[in-house]
Design a protein around this ligand. Structure first.
Ligand code: GLA
Length: 694
């Protein structure tokens, strides 16, 4: 551990490697694997993620001999391990001896063994066995020099994020008791005087199941919170075992990008390094925009500390309806994209392509055709290239804008049956706002609704449906200290118990924003309205609000059509800095136009561009910047206004002050730090090719 309490991953340079499942292969292939890994530049391998039944074939009977040989072999080639605690899937003997370990869905159906992650997060039996294996793994491998990182379980919440079994129900009740203390407290928080829901015994409370009609929204929200906490508890329990035995080895669990089911702020606080599994769809031409937000979240979860892309596909996955491969160069672009956004390495699922099981058609670093496969050639080339980028290790991404992500608001807005409109989707809002900022050349960080915001010139809140006074105070203090804040529709509506704020929305931010919502005005499906701002017209859909505006606020845009015609739609108020409120859902062009005004007002330059396919991201150590110029598209582009005194680390070099990037090409430049990240211009789009050829 370093003096400031950080446990870094024990690796030289950037991490490179992937998941390895040696137990799916005869032992004769292991030596070849280790040799080829080394040749491909691999320095880190994740294993044995799903090997519990081999490590503990019968209760309490361990067999580590095979894993010893694998780890020693890898280390003999200088390859370190991201060692899984192997608790992601309980063995058959455990679920047959204790069937209550299996999870139950909301209809009361117990899910069978036969896939993976077949466990109830609240099961004490599962937990006891998982902790015993964790303990055994830590004692066995804690001192092995190859051990770089602990990989706890795998993708918590994938497959099973919620369980409705009796054990989970009992755990939910204990969680509620700890939260509310008394039944009076719970009855008050849940508003049980509505519809005769009053409770007189803790034992009468159940998780929200299939009921006769709409379910108490606070009960639903608490079940979301509880379910996230139940997995967090399990995670922490394993972390505690590992920290006790191996206090200097960093701990992680692999996240799944912007994932609704788990509050990653809490999970990140319990680990040393944030790691993510990212599978942008190569068939989606805008996948890089979504990925940029996911990566923004990953680097922000621990305050800008580098994170690690722990899984991505070398080419196609096997779990979409149609699994499109990555075009030549696309895997490299997607990998460098993650590095640009703060990942200190690139890892894949998986090393050797499976011959059997549900993932036999999932691409791998070493495809079915072995070293002759395209994926092997591309992964070996990337391994070599990453060694030229080791200077970025530990550096931080530069960003002037932060977007607020809050799981309570997300969960609250997911209540299926008691909202003004179910069409106002939290993730769609967040992604839409981010996409508009992306189009204006912004690299966007993510923050909690309580901050800290000091590092940012602009903070945007696409939606904060549930808003506490603490969150409102932090946002208001940021504006009063000179910041620029933009708040989106249906924010500040309820408190943390789902009770509507007195006086209406946006609740504790009414004074700061200078607006009060008199009535929600959701639009029928397929309806569009126009907003007018000066001579400009912006298209809105899904949502509107009847706003009353205070005298000291400026109306920036009004509704131009429909029932709200002539009424305020976008309002701006100066209060130290500037607070904006947007009451409608704008389409992409409208949002871009609005955010262009916001950026101008805050003095943040919008990078001029002709295509969203190009992205410029800068990492810095404070003295030297590393700027990534990424062409995510299939057209050749020419860029100018490159940073002064730059040197190429990898990719096509500048000529005559320009860089030309073919389909999916990337150039990485290093240069002295500038006041602002370089405002590279996209000069021309040279060709309109269909795509690259191998
Ligand atoms: C997830 C899992 C891996 C593998 C990949 C396939 O990320 O963690 O075990 O199944 O998906 O894409």
């Amino acid at each position: 551990m370093t003096q400031d309490g950080v446990r870094p991953i024990r690796l030289d340079g950037l991490a490179y490697g992937g998941d390895y499942n040696p137990d799916q292969w005869p032992e004769e292939t292991w030596a070849e694997d280790a040799r080829l890994m080394r040749e491909a530049g691999v320095n880190l391998v994740s294993l044995p993620v799903f090997s519990w039944p081999l490590l503990e074939p019968r209760e309490g009977e361990y067999d580590f001999a095979w894993l010893d040989r694998v780890v020693d072999l890898l280390w003999s080639q200088g390859i370190r391990v991201d060692l899984a605690t192997a608790t992601a899937t309980p063995p058959a003997w455990l679920v047959r001896a204790h069937p209550e370990v299996l999870p139950v869905d909301r209809n009361g159906v117990r899910l069978e063994f036969g896939s993976r992650q077949a466990y109830c997060p609240s099961s004490p039996v599962f937990r006891e066995h998982a902790l015993r294996l964790t303990d055994a793994m830590a004692r066995r491998y804690g001192d092995h020099e190859a051990l770089a990182l602990w990989h706890v379980s795998n993708e918590y919440g994938d497959h099973v994020a919620r369980c409705w079994c009796p054990e989970s129900a009992a755990h939910f009740r204990r969680w509620l008791q700890a939260r509310y203390g008394t039944l009076d407290g719970l009855n008050d928080a849940w508003g049980t005087s509505c519809w005769g829901q009053h409770y007189t015994e803790w034992a009468h409370i159940e998780p929200p199941r299939c009921a006769t009609g709409p379910i108490n929204p606070t009960q639903q929200l608490d079940f979301e919170r509880f379910s996230s906490d139940a997995l967090l508890e399990l995670f922490r329990a394993e972390v505690d075992v590992l920290r006790e035995i191996t206090p200097n080895i960093p701990v992680t669990t692999n996240f799944m990008s912007l994932f609704r089911e788990l509050d990653y702020w809490d999970f990140a606080a319990a680990e040393d390094v944030v790691t993510d599994d990212a599978y942008p769809d190569p068939a989606d031409p805008a996948a890089h925009v979504g990925a940029a937000l996911n990566y923004g979240l990953m680097r922000s979860l621990k305050g800008g500390q580098p994170w690690l892309l722990l899984e991505q596909a070398p080419s196609a996955v096997s779990w979409r309806d149609v699994n499109v491969p990555k075009a030549p160069g696309q895997m490299r672009a997607m990998s460098l994209h993650a590095v640009a956004h703060g990942s200190d390495g690139v890892m894949f699922f998986q090393w050797r392509q499976a011959r059997f099981g549900p993932e036999k058609f999932h691409s791998a670093m070493l495809g079915h055709r072995g070293t002759a496969s395209r994926s092997y050639r591309e992964t070996a080339a990337l391994g070599r290239e990453l060694s030229a980028l080791s200077a970025v290790k530990g550096t931080r991404v530069r960003s002037a804008v932060a977007l607020v992500v809050d799981w309570d608001a997300w969960w609250g807005l997911s209540a299926p049956d008691s909202l003004p409109s179910v069409r106002l989707d939290w993730a769609t809002q967040a992604r839409g706002w981010h996409a508009a900022l992306f189009a204006l050349g912004q690299t966007v960080d993510v923050v909690r609704a309580t901050g800290p915001f000091d590092a940012y010139e602009i903070v945007v809140v696409p939606n904060l449906y549930a808003m506490t006074d603490e969150q409102a105070d932090a946002l208001a203090a940021y504006v009063r200290g000179g910041g620029t804040l933009v708040v989106g529709p249906f924010s500040g509506v309820v408190d943390h118990t789902e009770k509507v704020h007195d006086g209406g929305a946006p609740g504790p931010l009414r004074a700061l924003l200078g607006v009060a919502v008199d009535e929600w005005w959701p639009l029928p499906d397929d309806a569009h309205e126009t907003l007018r701002s000066g001579g400009r017209a912006w298209r809105a859909h899904t949502w509107g609000e009847w706003l009353e505006v205070s005298g000291d606020a400026d109306v920036v845009a009004t509704y131009g059509s429909g029932d709200l015609a002539g009424r305020p739609a976008v309002v701006r108020r100066a209060d130290g800095g500037t607070a904006w409120y947007l009451s409608a859902v704008l389409d992409h062009d409208g949002l871009v136009a609005l955010f262009r005004d916001v950026l101008r007002g805050a003095g943040v330059p919008a990078t001029p561009g002709t295509t969203d396919d190009v992205e410029v991201v800068t990492r810095t150590d404070g003295a030297t910047d590393v700027t990534f110029l990424l062409n995510h598209g299939r057209r050749t582009v020419r860029l100018s206004d490159l940073p002064a005194d730059s040197r190429v680390l990898t990719g096509p070099p500048p000529a005559d002050g320009h860089v030309t990037l073919g389909p999916f090409d990337v150039t990485v430049l290093t240069h002295p730090t500038t006041d602002r990240p370089p405002a590279v211009r996209i000069l021309t789009t040279l060709t309109d090719e269909k795509g690259p050829s191998a």
